[in-house]
Design a protein around this ligand. Structure first.
Ligand code: FE
Ligand code: ZN
Length: 506
């Protein structure tokens, strides 16, 4: 290339960036260089059929990203200098971002690893470049979240050892196992799982509540990294849709394989989002919308349109999407109840919803809340007030697939816990739903290897047999990071600040 590359147009430069890289290997056969992109059964006849809608060249990529970084760090600096944390609605809010840092930031890093791996192992150069750029984006997301949220670590508890906790704390095995499952699949399944099912179909259910939730609650730090990630996200969603269409167009035999992955990853992603449902309905002092409303808007409406569009390729909507819709009026209440019972073992606080919050829930869930959940929360609040705050000391049974304690209910009977089981090689495995059981039954050899936190505690692999030993092994500060918000160091500090502020205002 002796010509000045600046004289080439964008399309030519992109072609040089990508197509020039896909030479046929000669020292080794191609199948040995790319051992992973055939065993899943996906047939690709023409890798050049891949259309990258962005055609982003490396120089343009680095220029855009550098500009975004400059803006982001300017805002973070001023947030820190101006004590931005004082502007949040209420310190209960901080517990939502404890979940974000411990549960989501590590997934960004896992995504970085996953896309680096897949970028290496797809023999088509178009998707390879797209995956590599996404890998760099994801590393940036992890870094910006760590830098931004480190400010909260100076004042609030539960942020100090998020990386360690991700590998050990029971409820964080829910997000961790989700991503580990994707990363240990083949490259096409990984991209279907993460780029399509999670980033294309379900992403708004994660992004909107956290970002709008942050904006509503005065957390400008989180809003800033959210906006900085958003333009990357648009690219990631396009990759998700592109890869699905590419596989479906290449060979008809790919359709049932892709359909099964969509069924599986819809359900895994949906179960993971039950943490977000709880956050939206219970943890944001100033609510954005209810989980049920978000589900209707971002799944029932948007998802229906998407799958109508994909029908011409022979795809149907994910299996069990109707169950998720049936569960929309109970999901957040069931999950919050689990955490309220196990706050003594969690690195964030829970509380009894205040009266106006119970009223909001009654209004948003007219068919279920007053009948089933309000009496429960009233009772728990009375008990706590009488000095009988109950922390469940028994370890719960976990679902082998999603790893969430078995607190979900029968699709057609919200008063009855849903149990499913399978026997594999004389061992019995337990599931929270038909969706999770199906996933296991398809690949039992994979899921019998699940690292289930409760089982591992019983096996003696988590620091000891006592809760105190286990918390120490989690690096969780007992009496500080865990238990009720009321009376916690976070709450006392916040009360002190609020008192000082009103004194200063007098
Ligand atoms: Fe990301
Ligand atoms: Zn499950």
């Amino acid at each position: 290339m002796s010509e000045n590359p600046k004289k080439l147009n964008l399309k030519q430069r992109y072609k040089l960036l990508t197509r020039g890289l896909d030479w046929e290997t000669t020292y080794q056969p191609m199948d040995k260089v790319f051992p992973f992109d055939t065993f899943e059964g996906i047939k690709i006849h023409d890798w050049d059929g891949w259309e990258d809608p962005f055609r982003l060249t490396m120089d343009a990529y680095w220029k855009y990203q550098a500009e975004k970084e400059r803006k982001l760090y300017a805002v973070i600096d001023s947030f820190a200098q101006n004590n931005g944390h004082m502007g949040i609605t209420d310190a209960r809010y901080v517990n939502a971002i404890k979940i974000l840092l411990t549960g989501v930031t590590s997934l960004e890093y896992a995504a970085h690893r996953g896309f680096s791996h897949v970028g290496r192992h797809l023999r088509g150069v178009g998707p390879r470049v797209a995956c590599q750029m996404q890998a760099i984006d994801e590393l940036r997301h992890a870094q910006t979240q760590i830098h931004t949220l480190s400010h909260y670590n100076r004042y609030f508890d539960g942020f100090h050892d998020w990386r360690h906790m991700y590998d050990r704390v029971w409820y964080l095995s829910v997000p961790k196992s989700f991503f580990d499952d994707a990363m240990t699949a083949g490259p096409f399944e990984f991209v279907t799982a993460i780029s399509f099912s999670f980033e294309y179909v379900l992403t708004n259910l994660l992004f909107v509540p956290f970002m709008s939730g942050a904006a509503y609650n005065g957390d400008m730090a989180t809003v800033t990294f959210g906006f900085s990630a958003q333009s990357d996200e648009a690219r990631h969603m396009t990759l998700g849709l592109e890869v699905i269409k590419f596989m479906l167009e290449q060979d008809e035999a790919n359709v049932p394989i892709v359909q099964r992955w969509i069924d599986k990853w819809f359900w895994r992603g949906y179960r993971l989002l039950s943490l977000v449902a709880m956050m939206m309905d219970y943890m944001l002092p100033k609510r954005v919308m209810s989980w049920a409303e978000a589900w209707e808007m971002y799944y029932e409406d948007a998802g229906a349109a998407l799958f109508e569009d994909l029908e011409r390729y022979g795809l149907r909507p994910p299996k069990y999407a109707d169950i998720a819709t049936k569960e929309k009026n109970r999901l957040s209440h069931e999950v919050w109840s689990i955490f309220y019972n196990y706050t003594h073992a969690a690195a964030f606080h829970t509380w009894s919803p205040e009266d106006n919050e119970l009223d909001w829930l009654s209004e948003k869930y007219p068919d279920t809340f007053d009948k089933m959940y309000r009496p429960r929360f009233d009772y728990w609040r009375e008990q706590a007030a009488a000095g009988n705050r109950f922390y469940n000391q028994a370890l719960p049974q976990l679902c082998t697939t999603c790893q969430i304690p078995m607190g979900f209910t029968e699709p057609d009977d919200p008063t009855k816990i849903c149990f499913r089981e399978s026997v594999f090689k004389h061992e019995r495995y337990h599931f929270c739903s038909d969706g999770c059981k199906d996933i296991f039954d398809w690949e039992p050899e994979k899921y019998v290897q699940s690292w289930l936190p409760v089982h591992e505690i019983f096996k003696g692999n988590c620091g000891g047999t006592d809760l105190k030993d286990v918390l120490k092994w989690y690096h969780l500060n007992d009496g500080v990071d865990n238990m009720d918000y009321e009376g916690s160091p976070d709450q006392r500090l916040w009360a002190e600040w609020t008192a000082n502020r009103s004194k200063a205002a007098e």
